[in-house]
Design a protein around this ligand. Structure first.
Ligand SMILES: NC(=O)c1ccc[n+]([C@@H]2O[C@H](COP(=O)([O-])OP(=O)(O)OC[C@H]3O[C@@H](n4cnc5c(N)ncnc54)[C@H](OP(=O)(O)O)[C@@H]3O)[C@@H](O)[C@H]2O)c1
Length: 194
């Protein structure tokens, strides 16, 4: 039975991923930033196959915690960054966990054996930090797709900027490391709600 590590598995998207992998017979290790806040993850404990679930504390700004978390995982989903629009200090609340957290993750995963697949929960903001508004150089008549140069503005919301820069970090890592032993996939989600 393979083990999947889901960073941010206690969150909204992460909880659905956790449920899916448990349903499909995987062992699942989920992170939460504060294990004492049971209300953040207790909904996972009543999922089908929850006996195959392990929940551990992890902050992606802490490399040792990341290394410990990744041990024994063959598949890793990284969706552990704040989805937060109301911010007072963008650096500590968004840029550090999102960008530094991604840098830490990439550094640690290179030194972790047994990883087969990595999935990043990225964002449509990696293509357009103004989303859902148009990039500055586009009109309503333009089509925009993945072949367009991604658009980033420092006037955009810090959440969009953080997700954009984190994705650039992943892209650079892939370009710099063409012979990785594991596959990397990024999912560019737009709005997920329910
Ligand atoms: N929802 C959307 O519409 C949407 C769209 C595009 C992309 N995304 C991306 O999808 C991912 C999940 O979003 P969501 O909507 O599911 O948000 P969410 O419910 O707020 O979940 C965020 C998860 O990230 C964890 N997390 C936050 N800071 C962390 C840190 N420093 N270290 C480790 N884990 C941390 C949280 O853990 P705790 O709860 O335990 O603190 C939580 O499990 C994010 O990367 C977000 O940018 C979301």
């Amino acid at each position: 039975m393979k083990k999947v590590g889901i960073i941010g598995g206690s969150g909204f998207i992460g909880s659905y991923n956790t449920q899916k992998f448990l349903n499909e017979g995987f062992k699942v290790k989920v992170s939460t930033t504060d294990i004492t806040k049971r209300e953040k993850y207790e909904h996972l404990l009543s999922l089908k196959n929850a006996e195959c679930l392990e929940i551990v504390q992890l902050d992606v700004e802490n490399k040792q915690q990341l290394a410990d978390f990744l041990q024994g995982c063959e598949i890793v989903i990284h969706g552990g960054t704040p989805f937060q629009l109301d911010v007072k200090d963008p650096k500590t609340e968004l840029f550090d966990p999102t960008i530094k957290g991604t840098e830490n993750f990439l550094e640690v995963i290179q030194n972790t054996s047994g990883i087969e697949k990595v999935v990043f929960i990225a964002s449509v903001a990696a293509y357009n930090t103004h989303f859902p508004l148009l990039p500055e150089n586009k009109t309503e008549d333009d089509q925009i797709n993945e072949s367009d140069t991604p658009f980033m503005s420092e006037q955009s919301h810090p959440y969009g900027q953080a997700k954009f820069i984190a994705n650039q970090t992943v892209n650079k890592f892939i370009a710099d490391n063409p012979n990785l032993n594991f596959e990397i996939t990024s999912v560019f989600a737009s709005w997920c709600y329910g």
